[in-house]
Design a protein around this ligand. Sequence first.
Ligand code: FUL
Length: 612
Amino acid sequence: MKKYLYIGAICFSGFMAAMCSTHKEEYYTKSLEFPAEATEEEKIDMASRLVPDARQLQWQDLEMTAFLHFGVNTFTDREWGDGKEDPKVFNPANLDCRQWVKTLKDAGFKMVILTAKHHDGFCLWPTEVTDHSVKSSDWLDGKGDVMRDLRAACDEYGMKLGVYLSPWDRNAEVYGDSPKYNDFFVAQLTELLTNYGKIDEVWFDGACGEGPNGKKQEYDWARFRETIARLQPDAVMAISGEDVRWVGNEGGVGRETEWSATVYAPTTLPECEEQNGSLEITGTSKDLGSRELVAKSKRLYWYPSEVDVSVRPGWFYHDSENVKSLRDLANIYLTSVGRNSVLLLNIPPDRNGRIAPGDSIRLMELRRWIDTNFTDNLVNDKGAALNGSATVNCVVIEEDISRGQRVEEFTVIGKTPSGDEVELAKGTTVGKKRILTFDPTEVSEVSVRVDKYRGKGVNLLPVKAYSIVMPDAITETGNGFTKVDNTGWRAVTKGAEPAIDGDDATFFTTSDKEIVVDMGQPVEVAGFTYLPRQDGDTEGMIFKYEFAVSADGKNWTPCQLPGEFSNIVNNPISQCVYLPRNQRARYIRLTNLGEVEGRDVTTAAEIGVLTK
Ligand code: FUL
């Protein structure tokens, strides 16, 4: 815990609020421990003076970072490789890191993070510690190095670079032999942090899908942290790391109440079990920073949220998937950057080794949408509309987080041209940036009233107001597959109706492994969909599956080798599986070969069939 004194006036510049403090303020950088005898009031006051360190502050300024998922999965069409891939599958015809970085630069990103190694263990740089890398591929006769090319492109375009290095490694023989794998991992980390210039973010994924019977690796987080601090002192350590927190979902949505000053302890710290356990919170909990939690907590962390989400349903490029609509991406911007988070947007290069044209176009559209909508601030810094009056439907509110996060509740108030005050919107936390939208209203003044705050006073920047236009909901361009209408379908498995009722909110629960459905008539089955339960719980979610079809409900043909819904826990969207060839059948059977945590229960919100 480091403290420093800030001496000088703390000035609140938000219109209408008159809470300024002009005394000495004592700040706590990054984390603090409450004295055992501290009262709730004292704790809240201390919480108001917890501030980010310099690296976090810089990082939060980035607002949007690009993520690049690229590797053997790009070529095997999977989301999680099993580590048994032949390195020769990695063979991009026309890999062009300059095209990636130029595209991302044009789209307004300031940093790019590459999956140097995903869970399958295949390394995109020629590491010394395993042959499972680009050097065993045919790409550039084994002489290629994606990290090297990306570094050069980042230098050319003035882009920061980050690395994703998956702690979970399904290929490394020593994985699970803890000290040996830690040495192996530190060696890889050292190569990445030594040979590729300045690295600004190190992303350690929290995923480990081995399940209860898998290998258990004890990671030496303290050593990983020390390695980063020594080799790249300016880099933030994200997710399994203490500088940047995973928002808790992969859908692009920050919390409406999003505290950067949080009681949630990074899972890489020794006290995490005690701290998070005693408060009964996890990284996905709704509340990570309320007064009630702070009052109960021994500690507090400046641990800002990062919203990672892909422009496509999956993290890796799949031909069968479509890029999200501009409307989806605009909404994601509002619920991430607009909710005190950095948006980490994934754009997966394709098998050629390039950002696909459709993705690139969508990124440019997003940039244009942000620029068009958020350039003309309609109010001056006194809160008055610039042209006497203006119609607004959106405000941007910002706290000077270098002096902590303090606002707990606020109301946005407008003055109509006739002089009446109208409430435009209400919110809770602000933090780095809060964007709120509301019905278009003509106003001559806009102000923010802080209704509840922590500490001696708040530090708001002048409120900005805009008239924004949301993009139309655009129908996705099809990928040739359509969903079979399920009218008249019958659940053969007793009680399985909720899995075919078309209602995503209901789900079927069974202690059986199979769900059998009669479609009433023969269908050309080209694939199927499985939507896991949508209530936030993971129990019964299928991880390993088999899918089979039948003409009579008695004789079954499995459609392919058993598969897995790799990332279903973190990203519980509808899982689409495309079959190697069409199968004509009347009955379908989805079998649970392994629940996400090995439990003896199966759940399904919806099962569907695709035809082509
Ligand atoms: C998850 C991983 O399992 C996904 O594959 C992806 O890399 C995402 C960013 O994080 O936990």
